[in-house]
Design a protein around this ligand. Sequence first.
Ligand code: EPU
Length: 419
Amino acid sequence: MEEKLIIKGNNKLHGEVCISGAKNSAVGIIPAVILSDSGCIIKNLPDIEDVKYLKELLLQSGAKVEEGNPGEMKIVSKGMRNYKADFETAKKMRASYYFIGAFLSKFGRAEVPFPGGCDIGIRPIDQHIKGFEALGAKIKVEHGVIKARAAELVGAPIYLDVVSVGATINIILAACKAKGITIIENAAKEPYIVDIANLLNAMGANIKGAGTDVIKIKGVEHLGSCEHTIIPDMMEAGTYMIASAATHGDVLIKNVIPTHLESVSAKLREMNIEIDEYEDSIRVRGEARPKAVNIKTIPYPGFPTDLQQPMSVLLSIAEGTGIITESIWEGRFKHVDELKRMGANIKVEGRVAIIEGRHKLSGSPVHVTDLRAGAAMVIAGLAADGETEISNLKHIDRGYENLVGKLKKIGADISRVEK
Ligand code: EPU
């Protein structure tokens, strides 16, 4: 029987919510530990399906994994022998592509199926491949599997034609133990990249410039062990910020790095939402009806594509007309048809959505089309009149830890049921 979320809307969220470790860091950090000659202890891992799939991939590849306190995992990568990632597990998510960079670095060989993940547009990996080839790898694709091989990886200058989080991380992984110096130009600047570089440097790598658009990696022969705590998830935090605003709530979002959320705080302030930033928390109060604004998604530190869908909900109940321009993923408006079921007034033309605010949305059965669409449906349900029934929860489970429990704690009427 399928599980569904049932939300009875129109409750103001209030209280405190604690943010988990960042999914998009975790999914790079787990494969990065493969590079260690011994192993590492990782803390603040989110309890989400993507992390479970990565653990399975590690075990299938011969690593040993011990789980300690909640969010803690000891990964022993010493003795790993298998450079082939399991087809069924790898295709369940996007981040399995980091096993190409990690296996290439460790074994000089990698066989990894084409990755899966959210259906939000064409998701090429040409920049990853360009990077591996520049380092001396030969790449071929056979029967849906990417096969990479290198007798020796040698550092090289690599210019990314598009700013790509995944390609930046994957090239860092492959270059850490390459001979000589690799320089990645036009690198992505997301905090996840800094987090992964910090882990690798703690293991003994020599990476400079992570967080800027030029990253310099001087290859080292060995990487050792370390203990690393993953940064807070800025997309989970942003989701609760928008949920508080959409329900006229008053929520203190704890365990965050406020500077990571500056573009989101700035936009919410523009919409007349009150934001108070503290050292490691943000209070979001949405007393007044939000005012419509225009949003364009751009790579960090611009407004994140991953919060565009939740923001479309806030614009659907804002005063006035707002325009969203999605510049990263051309297929990230699939949730709009579901929002329309709830009464939203949205027109999509290509990469642009024009949203005319309504006073209220009304609860309805809706279907989740991808991870952040799931977050958007939940926020819509919380803000709407009546009952919303949300199906296809597998997407939400890939990226949000204990969503129901956390929302209940701040006053939401939400339950997960079998139907
Ligand atoms: N691109 C290319 N060629 C490549 C790689 C990317 O053309 O080789 C293009 C993409 O088509 C896209 C743009 O470059 O238009 C940016 O893609 P990027 O590589 O940065 O995305 P990603 O690494 O596959 C990560 C997150 C996404 C997030 C994007 C953008 C992970 C596992 N995923 O994806 O997160 O939307 O960066 O910030 O880290 C999510 O969490 O909901 C999610 C989808």
